[in-house]
Design a protein. Structure first.
Length: 280
């Protein structure tokens, strides 16, 4: 969840699945490009173009994990993201938990990459005072027992997927708006998903829902976005996101505070060597 969407990383989960820091200049004739259709690329590009230039952002959040019986556990965290200044690379992000005690100080650093390169991720575990690199083969694993995987927390770049427009229809959350359904098929063979279907309103190009299908082609989970607010007269950010696991009945809800932009962050603030310090 560039998340949280977006874009991505948790904060750009903020627009997970379609918002991106970059797009290939044109659809090439390579075999791995021929699944996209023009309308799918057009919508992905427009979502991308509307979420550029924010620089860096910091936000406090709350994560509520709920099991099928309705029992809840609450975690608090902060998320910081640095927008890529180079179209050839992806965003950088850090998620750090402050509560409860058993996860306090746990931090995840993500350096998003453009396909065919895998994202680089590191996690700081305060109990052992060690930074551990997350293997790309573990990208499907659950992050701190939530319904979000490590893969979900990486920034999604437009060039990482094939984008296929499916249809335009009234938005489920507000029938006065029209939503485009766009299917995104990952190019990375290590992805835990065979496809994702995003529902994007064609007025402001905000993502309102994403359906995730596992490698078997079954619906695994659904991410819903709510309470969008407008920042700097330019950027929409959802203040509530709920991931529902269709197979287990479990859910994880992320609630966000006010987003703070232009904090003067740089690449020096997003290094594995500085992850322990960032967790304090």
């Amino acid at each position: 969840m560039k998340t949280p969407a977006h874009t991505a990383s948790l904060a750009v989960l903020l627009s997970l699945g379609l918002v991106a820091a970059t797009l290939l200049p044109a659809v090439s004739a390579r075999a791995d490009e021929d699944q996209s259709n023009p309308r799918g690329i057009e919508i992905a590009t427009e979502v991308d173009n509307r979420d550029k230039g924010w620089g860096d952002v910091s936000v406090e959040g709350e994560m509520v994990l709920k099991n099928k019986a309705g029992n809840e556990s609450v975690r608090k965290f902060r998320s910081t993201i640095l927008e890529a200044g180079d179209a050839a690379v992806g965003d950088m992000s850090i998620i750090t938990f402050s509560q409860p005690r058993d996860v306090r100080g746990t931090s995840l650093l993500t350096h998003s990459k453009i396909e065919p390169d895998d994202d680089s991720q590191w996690i700081f575990l305060p109990a052992v005072k060690r930074v551990k690199r997350i293997s790309s083969s573990n990208r499907t694993g659950k992050f701190v027992s939530s319904e979000f995987s490590y893969e979900d927390l990486g920034s999604e770049e437009v060039a990482d997927n094939h984008h296929i427009w499916l249809e335009d229809a009234p938005c489920a959350h507000d029938t006065s708006l029209t939503c485009a359904a766009v299917e995104s098929r990952p190019k990375n063979k290590k992805s835990g998903y065979s496809r994702r279907i995003s529902f994007i309103d064609l007025e402001e190009y905000r993502v309102h829902q994403i359906d995730f299908y596992n490698r078997r082609g079954d619906l695994e989970k659904t991410l819903k976005f709510a309470d969008y607010q407008h920042y700097l007269d330019a950027y929409w950010r959802a203040h509530k996101m709920t991931m529902i696991n269709s197979q287990t009945g479990k859910s994880t809800t992320l609630s966000w505070g006010e987003y703070s932009f232009a904090n003067g962050l740089g690449e020096r603030d997003f290094t594995p060597q500085g992850l322990a310090k960032a967790s304090r």
